[in-house]
Structure formats: C-alpha cells, structure tokens
Design a protein around this ligand. Sequence first.
Ligand code: ZN
Ligand code: ZN
Length: 346
Amino acid sequence: MMKAVTFQDIGSVAVLETPEPTLELPSDVIVRVTRCAICGSDLHLYHGEIPMMPGDTCGHEFTGIIEDTGSSVGKFKRGDRVVGTFHTACGSCNACQRGEYHLCASAAVYGFGPIYGALNGSQAEYARVPFADINLRHIPDKLEDEAALFAGDILTTAYGAARNANISAGSSVAIIGCGPVGIMAIQSALALGATRVIAIDLLEERLQLASSLGAEIINASNSDPVGRIMALSDGEGVDAVIEAVGGSRTILLAFEMVRPGGHISAVGITATQTFDYPLMQSTTKDITFRVGLANIHRDIDKTLALIANGKIDPTVVISHRLALEEAAEGYHLFDTRVASKVILIP
Ligand SMILES: [Zn+2]
Ligand SMILES: [Zn+2]
C-alpha cells in the first residue's frame, strides 16, 4: 500500500492508503514520486466541475525516480530521475505521428477522472506511467526535481502560449494575469527574445514578482491598463498579448491592447463555453487569435533546457512546500489563494 491524495467530495481531499500501482503494459514504468504539485486545474475537480469518483487519486504534475520498467521500455531504467508530462500520449496514433501529442486520440490526464482517461493521479508515493518512452523525460543532472517539475505542465503551457503569440527577438508583449502561468509566460516571452514585457494584474505582490523578473508593470486596480499600454507603445499597442486569467473580459481587453497585425494568445483556463468574438475589430486590425492546449511533448525539451541553463527559474512561483500528508491543507491554501503554488513532498 502507499499514501495517495484522493478526491472525497466537492472541496474535500484526503490522504489515504491505496494500492500501489503495478506494471500493466510492457510500455509502462512505475515511478517513485519525489515531488508533485497542486495545479490550478486541480481546483476544477476540487470544485466538482470535473467529475471524479470518491477515492480517485488526484494530481498530474510530478517528478520521480524509476522504480520498475515494462519489457518494451527503451529509454529508461531503474534509478533514472524523470519528469512526467501532465498527460500521456500514445506516440503511434495519427495525431502523435504528426507530432501533435496534445491531440493524441488516447491521451489521458493523470488524476483527472473518467472523462480524461481514468488514469490514476500522481499526488502519491508511486505512479504508473503508460507509454513511458513518450511521456517521461530525464531530468538533467544539475537540475533539482522541484524546478524540473514545472516543465511537465505550467512552464511548458506558458511557453506554448508564448509561441502561439508569435513572440520573437524584439517583440513587445503584454501579459494579462500574473498567476503562476502568467509569471511563466513572462519568463518564456523574455527567453524567446521579447525586449519589452508589460505585466498586468490587480495584486501588487504578484506585480512585484513580475517586476523582479524584468517586466514593466501595470496595476489594473488603480489605472486603466489599455490607456497605459497605448501610452507605452506610441498609441499603437503591443505586438503580442498573452491572456493568462481566463474568461471573456480579459480576452476582450487583449483585443484593445494589441497593435494592428498583432497576435493574441489565450492560455487562461476558462469554464466559459463561448464569448462574443470582436469580429469587426479583429478583421480591421488583422488580429491573429490563438487558443488551444499546449503541446507539452513538443516543447518540454526546450523548457527543460531553459531551466537547466538558468534562463528560467520556475521555482519563483512556489509559495508552500508541504508533506504529501498535508495535501488537504495545501488544497485549502491554494483554493483560498493564500498559496500561489504548492509543492507536495511524498
Ligand atoms: Zn497542471
Ligand atoms: Zn497518440
């Protein structure tokens, strides 16, 4: 048996003894989890927006050490330090063959309930990784597990959003929202060569972190962010806007801030099904609007290298490090926004 964070009811998780995972297919590995994290998207199931069965294991961000390998696993052996992508891909379906791993026909998200593949979560002492050769990466020697963990989800999600925003050397970029993904979008934009990154949020504490990373900052609680962006950009707007809040209001704000011919990339998780697309504005300003899941498998080697080379330090967003047994407290702290990012240590 092992300890695992399990969904109990809406607003309730508990660390319970659950069966240890075992190899089920030759392409599986079993990982002894060294670090796992609570993600913003875990709150969707915590809030009951994504159906989970009581007792299902939670969590999809993790690093670990290979404990056991199936007979067809070629890239990993017992003792290797690894980081997992937050969802699995099969590596052989049409989408995977095209390199579109995020669109894999049999993708499963760890710890996300039956409609996302019914795969056990990784907030646990051990996790089973299907198609391990596709869904794990070695952690470079000099890199701490805690830093590498972010490449498996939110850093690479933010990096993908920055790529979708067409950011290149010399770009000017506005980032709406300085939560963990917004902070990593700032880091990614700078890593991709943006010379000007303007961060927008309502909370001074988040903005100070953005500022320490090299962003100019706008506190939208006491100033008009569109007016400020225009004043900072000769009245034209910025080349790219990354929306990292979620919801139609901030997406529409992005259309106001972007320059004619610019790009908007929405990465904020939103439960909104639709919004009124500003078709005329988008047409006359010739705006490219991108929204979509990040292709973690495509970009994870780049983001791991950026962390290993010291270009990006994703650990700046960590506010709490708790023992796995304290997961219920961690979820509560994260849900009430006392915590910005919680790392759980099995
Ligand atoms: Zn996540
Ligand atoms: Zn596939």
